[in-house]
Design a protein around this ligand. Structure first.
Ligand code: PMP
Length: 356
């Protein structure tokens, strides 16, 4: 039985991508070699990498002033690599404190320079997005998390500021069109909307680099990666390949306009059902609800357990909320069919009727 996959990440991938990746493990593009056996400096892999970079640039509408890198270490490494490259020891960067991941980014930045918290939603447990930003004029950059995976909130506009904008888009990248040219740096772990775990996308506007005095180890230095044409050392070949296939799938399925339309259909279906069932209560401010991760609670831990057991019986995985906030969470990434959301809504209705 195919499961209804509501995992928060790593998460559901398109069936076509899985089939093609499985084939490539045995025979990559009829080369008689597995994708796991080819060198990263072969023309085979260079074609994969270049296609992935091209898809990123065309989906984002970016020109040659941007570079596309696939890096190691997850988005967590970017929490450190961003300030290491962009924040001088006596300079200040502005950060939005909207949830657990943004908070981790703040802690890392403090190891390199000064942090000004531009806005925080900690007063209400990060159940909303505080959009009243206070950004010191001399800030090296503003950092924010476009979608708060754990708390279930999402920014629905790009913050308005003169300073360079840097975004962690790990959990909502490529779910909607945006003016990506407004960003100086974007990063995202691949394992939600753009591939399997093991690689991180980092898109950099080149003009922000080279402005600080710190010595940077080459493997952490964005400039060294760019100089080496994104092949400074061995990239995770298979993860880059799966990401390329996922990007190709996005392009072939209508691009970001279509991804957003589908995301809204899924989210409307789920939130309308949640609003209609008194037993299920969404935890975040309505205007800040995430298209990707819906977080909600039931009245008691006993009811939550009973419902989660039922989900399991119905082949629905990933519904338990993050350990730090509890409750329930349904993640609805690009590859999730509407039919899975419908099945979940039907289960909520049955459960509510039973407990009415
Ligand atoms: N940022 C966000 C918004 C995330 O959702 C996650 C992981 N779920 C991370 C950062 C950390 O990513 P990684 O585990 O790839 O380091």
């Amino acid at each position: 039985m195919k499961m209804h996959n509501f995992n928060s990440g790593p998460s559901i991938l398109p069936q076509e991508v899985l089939a093609e990746a499985a084939n490539a493990i045995h025979n990559f593009n009829n080369t008689g070699l597995s994708i796991l056996e080819i060198g990263h400096r072969t023309s085979y892999f260079e074609a994969v990498l270049h296609e992935a970079q091209q898809h990123v640039k065309s989906l984002m509408g970016l020109g040659n002033d941007y570079e596309v890198l696939y890096l190691h270490g997850g988005a967590t490494t970017q929490f450190m690599q961003v300030p290491m490259n962009l924040l001088d020891a006596n300079a200040t960067a502005a950060y939005c404190d909207n949830g657990i991941w943004g908070n981790k980014a703040i802690k890392e930045a403090k190891l390199f320079g000064n942090v000004a918290v531009a806005a925080s939603s900690a007063d209400k447990n990060h159940t909303y997005i505080n959009k009243q930003l206070n950004i010191p004029a001399n800030s090296a950059y503003l950092h924010y998390t476009t979608n708060n995976t754990v708390e279930g909130t999402q920014w629905h506009h790009i913050p308005d500021t003169e300073v360079p904008v840097i975004a962690d888009m790990s959990s909502d990248i490529f779910c909607r069109p945006m003016d990506f040219n407004r960003f100086s740096l974007i990063y995202a772990g691949a394992q939600k909307n753009m591939g399997a775990a093991g690689v991180t996308l980092t898109v950099i506007k080149k003009d922000i680099l080279g402005k600080i005095s710190r010595a940077i180890p080459p493997i952490m230095d964005y400039r060294k990666h760019i100089e080496a044409d994104a092949l400074l050392n061995t990239p995770p070949v298979f993860a880059v390949y799966v990401s390329m296939l996922t990007l190709r799938w996005i392009v072939n399925n209508g691009g970001l306009v279509a991804m957003e339309q589908k995301a809204k259909e899924r989210a409307d279906l789920l939130y309308n059902a949640l609003d209609a069932q008194p037993l299920f209560t969404p935890t975040v401010a309505r205007e800040d609800r995430s298209l990707m991760n819906a977080v909600f609670v039931l009245p008691t831990p006993e009811l939550e357990k009973e419902f989660l057991d039922l989900c399991k019986q119905q082949g629905m995985v990933g519904v338990k909320g993050h350990r730090s906030v509890g409750g329930l969470r349904v993640s609805m990434y690009n590859a999730l069919p509407l039919s899975s959301v419908q099945a979940f809504c039907d289960l909520m209705t049955d459960f509510s009727n039973k407990h009415a």
